[in-house]
Design a protein around this ligand. Structure first.
Ligand code: CP3
Length: 336
């Protein structure tokens, strides 16, 4: 059986698009909260295969989705580089910031720290329903760097932008380190059984145009090239959120097989090579809200993308207060 997500990522349109949702596993699901309640530390939660396998499978079982996404976090890469990462209750991620060459020199990639992620991948593959594909992922360098440098999740990234403009040598060394670690991490995920990969460039929207090549296009292209050198057939989706005006160049320069599109962008007007799949881009607020507006917009999106390689998703992650029944409604509207 050819999994629908994988055939669409080869450039073949599907009459009913495959569907999965960013942050489909998480706090909006009561069965997630029940497991999460027993684990104090979020990093350790991600690195406990029995828990991570179960949480990865929860939304796939409940909603019969076309893909599972590995339960992990983009901040496991800084963690395995030796940076201190923690999640303060109600405050989001915190890191001991790295802002100079001396700080950078202390970091070193320790793949053994992420061995549990590979166990999770194996466990999920063994238990996944046959129609569902397993998506592995990592953050893209700029996005991961934003947390490493700022020390927290911000929205403007002023410290990183200033460093990128004024200390080109430091910035290039930071990008090199992340390209190498991320490539190795993704290759290991495919070795373990991931069937597709997504690169989350969630903060592409804070990159100034004059840095876009050095901060996004080149590092992403290098990762895609390294992963495909080892695993030529592995499909890769890039998600440069907030960079709608760059999507054509992003597709051409990086060599990804699919592009994740945010809800600010008119997905029907995105120009990419014919074989490149588009993924997106329903506003997560409609999923939170539910009802007719959700069903009508979802169906309009599906018909607008008919005949193209298209993967149904949100324009960003499921919002925490979303009622799970709305997800079931959405899936029924698309398949019904
Ligand atoms: O279901 C899935 O999508 C798979 C798992 C997944 C998580 N994080 C689990 C998670 C994925 C793919 C991510 C990626 C991720 N992590 C991104 C890129 C996607 C995006 O949302 O733009 C980013 C920026 C992060 C960093 C991060 N991790 C943030 C900002 C937060 C929220 C902090 C908070 O307390 O609100 C996290 C924590 C996190 N990652 C949670 C989950 C389910 C919630 C933590 C909890 O259960 O307490």
């Amino acid at each position: 059986m050819v999994k629908k997500l994988l055939s669409v990522l080869k450039g073949e349109p599907a009459p009913i698009p495959p569907i999965w949702l960013m942050r489909q596993a998480g706090r909006y699901l009561p069965e997630y909260r029940a497991l999460r309640a027993n684990a104090k530390d979020f990093v350790q939660f991600c690195l406990t295969p029995e828990l991570a396998v179960e949480v990865t499978l929860q939304p796939v079982r409940r909603f019969n989705l076309d893909a599972a996404i590995l339960f992990a976090d983009i901040l496991l890469v800084p963690h395995a580089l030796g940076q201190k990462v923690w999640f303060a209750e109600g405050e989001g991620p915190r890191l001991e910031p790295v802002r100079d060459t001396a700080g950078l020199a202390k970091l070193a990639w320790r793949p053994d720290m992420l061995a549990p992620v590979m166990q999770t991948i194996k466990g999920v593959r063994a238990a996944l329903p046959e129609q569902a594909a397993l998506i592995g992922f990592a953050g893209s360098p700029w996005t991961v760097a934003s947390y490493m440098i700022e020390g927290a999740g911000g929205t403007d990234h002023e410290i990183l932008r200033k460093l990128a403009w004024t200390d080109g040598k430091f910035f290039a060394a930071l990008m090199d380190l992340l390209v190498e670690a991320t490539s190795a991490y993704l290759i290991a995920q495919v070795d373990a059984g991931a069937e597709a990969l997504q690169l989350f460039e969630s903060w592409a929207g804070t990159v100034p145009a004059g840095l876009f090549s050095r901060a996004v296009l080149e590092p992403t292209a290098r990762i895609v090239k390294a992963v495909k050198a080892k695993h030529p057939g592995i499909p890769i989706i890039g998600f440069p959120r907030g960079a709608g005006g760059w999507l054509t160049r992003y597709a051409e320069a990086t060599g990804v097989d699919g592009i994740g599109v945010d809800q600010m962008t008119d997905i029907t007007a995105v120009q990419v090579p014919a074989k490149v799949a588009l993924q997106g881009n329903l506003d997560p607020i409609l999923l939170l809200q539910g009802g007719d507006a959700l069903r009508v917009e979802a169906k309009m999106l599906v018909s607008a993308m008919a005949g193209q390689p298209f993967i149904f998703n949100l324009g960003h992650g499921v919002m925490q207060p979303t009622p799970p029944e709305h997800v079931a409604d959405l899936v029924a509207a698309i398949r019904g």
